[in-house]
Ligand binder design. Structure first.
Ligand SMILES: NC(=O)C1=CN([C@@H]2O[C@H](COP(=O)(O)OP(=O)(O)OC[C@H]3O[C@@H](n4cnc5c(N)ncnc54)[C@H](O)[C@@H]3O)[C@@H](O)[C@H]2O)C=CC1
Ligand SMILES: O=C(O)[C@@H]1CCC=N1
Length: 275
């Protein structure tokens, strides 16, 4: 894998930028990575930060790609694919798409039927080596190519394969979009602490360290998160009162609904494609 030339289209964006940052931090040679984009200043800043090569010329970048990662917004994917299709067919790189809501069938229409494609659903904590990536391989992807995709994902966190393409939408609802759920919760805690009279900087420090501690403890523990929660709750104590408030306010149902809406939006995006 260390030999593969990786080209990320949309490479300085939020998601690909996080994966590249994580890859470089994990020791992947920066000179084997090319990030393409449209904004020269953004690319220059990204190159200075990561050491990777950058380019505004997608076609030239694809011409040297062993692995081609597509990471533009879903609404821009069709136009992008059509603009590079001839070069992709000629070069035959392993294509990895990070986009939500675009099925493999669409890439086959836009890029040609014979191109090996893996759908990957990463998340932004890839930047700090703590990412989660769901992977789905389309027809014609070899075992070796699956290994390559998995190694990239594992260089920036953990990876799981899903057996059906619809499994990717479930991954989006849990881990692809999931970091934003936790950021929302942290933001609400910081705002509430500030309203209650704590200095915002202190509220941020305490909230973030608490989130980090809780996540680290959950990962390190051999008991489930329900038990860890109960360990904090003294009978008739302070935590119990707060958890009762979350439960009577419908937080568990709200989380279920939000995740359902998230997965539904991914399926809806696929239907919105105009071929
Ligand atoms: N942001 C996230 O947490 C996650 C995003 N994704 C997927 O990743 C993809 C990218 O999302 P973000 O990084 O959030 O968006 P973004 O807008 O931050 O990045 C996209 C980048 O692509 C560039 N771009 C647009 N058209 C281009 C073209 N024709 N050629 C080269 N570069 C071009 C833009 O300038 C931008 O820098 C989306 O398809 C999204 O569904 C997947 C998982 C998580
Ligand atoms: O919000 C989105 O559509 C993308 C996909 C998963 C996370 N961000």
């Amino acid at each position: 894998m260390s030999e593969a030339k990786m080209v990320f289209i949309g490479g300085a964006g939020n998601m690909a930028g996080a994966v590249i940052g994580g890859l470089v931090a994990s020791g992947y040679p920066a000179e084997r990575i090319v990030a393409t984009g449209r904004n020269e200043q953004k690319l220059a800043d990204f190159a200075a930060k990561t050491g990777v090569r950058t380019s505004t010329d997608n076609d030239a970048a694809v011409a040297e790609a062993d692995v081609l990662v597509l990471s533009v917004k879903p609404q821009m994917m069709k136009e992008l694919c059509q603009s590079i299709a001839a070069r992709v067919v000629e070069r035959q790189p392993l294509v990895i798409s990070l986009a939500a809501g675009i099925p493999l069938a669409a890439y086959r229409r836009w890029l040609g039927a014979g191109v090996p494609i893996v759908r990957a659903m990463p998340n932004t904590p890839a930047l700090v080596g703590t990412g989660v990536t769901g992977l789905y391989a389309g027809e014609g992807v070899t075992g070796d190519q699956k290994q390559v995709a998995q190694k990239i994902a594992e260089a920036v966190g953990i990876a799981i394969w899903v057996e059906e393409e619809s499994g990717i939408d479930r991954v989006i609802a849990v881990s692809g979009s999931g970091p934003a759920y936790y950021f929302q919760f942290m933001e609400s805690m910081i705002d509430a602490a500030e309203k209650a009279g704590m200095a915002r900087a202190d509220a941020e420090r305490l909230t973030l360290q608490t989130a980090l501690g809780a996540a680290k403890l959950a990962v390190a523990s051999d008991v489930d998160v329900g038990q860890l929660k109960r360990n904090v709750m003294s009978p008739n104590g302070t935590t119990e009162r707060a958890i009762q408030c979350f439960q009577s306010g419908g937080l568990p149902e709200l989380v279920e609904r939000a995740m359902g809406d998230c997965a539904e939006r991914a399926a809806e995006m696929a239907k919105e494609l105009d071929n």
